[in-house]
Structures are given as C-alpha cells and as structure tokens.
Design a protein around this ligand. Structure first.
Ligand SMILES: [Zn+2]
Length: 59
C-alpha cells in the first residue's frame, strides 16, 4: 500500500472584507417601528453592502 502524501495547499489569500469580516453578512439591530422607536435585542443578518455578500474585500 503506497503511502500517499497529503499535499497541503494553502488557500489563496483572498482579502477579507473588513466590514463583515469575510462572512458576507452583517448584523443589523432590529428596530420596532411605531410611535415608540425602540431597538430590540434581536439582531437580523443582512447582506454586507461593502462586499455584496461575497466576503471578499473589493477595492
Ligand atoms: Zn463584507
């Protein structure tokens, strides 16, 4: 049985988006509309507008 060498290839260094840290999503605090505008503890994720969800820094 031949021993296979595992070639560890380093991932291509893609620059991560600084806004979403490479996740492509950002957290948006949920605001409950109405007369009393209050911010809840809930957070929803939204598409990162800096990288448009790709997670890669664009410049
Ligand atoms: Zn981003």
């Amino acid at each position: 049985m031949p021993t296979k060498k595992r070639t560890v290839r380093p991932a291509p260094a893609a620059k991560k988006c600084g806004t979403c840290k490479g996740s492509g999503e950002i957290f948006i605090p949920v605001r409950v509309g109405g007369r009393k505008q209050r911010t809840t503890d809930d957070q929803q994720t939204g598409l990162c507008l800096a990288c448009l969800g790709s997670g890669e820094a664009t410049d």
